[in-house]
Ligand binder design. Structure first.
Ligand code: ZN
Ligand code: ZN
Ligand code: ZN
Length: 165
């Protein structure tokens, strides 16, 4: 199974590792407690792993990395912790083309995702672009689209232009 690739050079704001990231994770122990979870070594490990990531990471990758660092980490601990982190906006999940949950670490805004089936790169669908989809479906069907769950597969410019994969 291919690793999910994040296009670092894409139009998406990649975020910067540094002061802003550190501040965002400040007080995470208190947030988890507010969400009804104890601050345990396993949760500290998960937060440390999340800090290593910019952009997207699958739940499977997170669990594997946490278990490398601490064999006592269980998938249910990871998922419950991610749920609370998502309530507080530190992560946001969407789904890859195969339906797998992918977490966006420190998302700046609600966005959808494009996946290139040729090279595996991903791009964000920003709200300005997504508005065309969201507004059309609202007008046509009265359907209220959750942009965070808009996942579109296709071929990027580079793969489209090249005759072979
Ligand atoms: Zn979902
Ligand atoms: Zn994203
Ligand atoms: Zn491509």
């Amino acid at each position: 199974m291919p690793q999910s690739a994040t296009n670092q050079g894409g139009p998406a704001p990649a975020g910067t590792v540094g002061a802003a990231t550190a501040v965002a994770w400040d007080g995470v122990a208190d947030l988890l407690r507010a969400g009804g979870l104890r601050w345990t070594p396993q949760r500290r490990t998960l937060v440390d792993v999340l800090k290593e990531h910019e952009g997207h990471v699958t739940a499977t990758e997170l669990i594997a990395r946490c278990r490398e660092l601490d064999r006592t980490t269980t998938p249910s601990t990871v998922y419950r912790t991610l749920d609370v982190l998502e309530e507080f906006g530190l992560v946001a999940h969407g789904h890859g083309p195969d339906g797998r949950e992918e977490y966006h670490v420190l998302p700046e805004q609600v966005h959808g995702h494009l996946y290139c089936s040729g090279c595996g790169a991903t791009w964000e669908i920003r709200p300005e672009t997504g508005a065309a989809i969201v507004d059309a479906l609202a007008a046509d069907l009265g359907f209220s689209v959750d942009l965070s769950h808009v996942t579109i597969s296709g071929r990027c410019r580079g793969c489209h232009d090249s005759p072979t994969d």
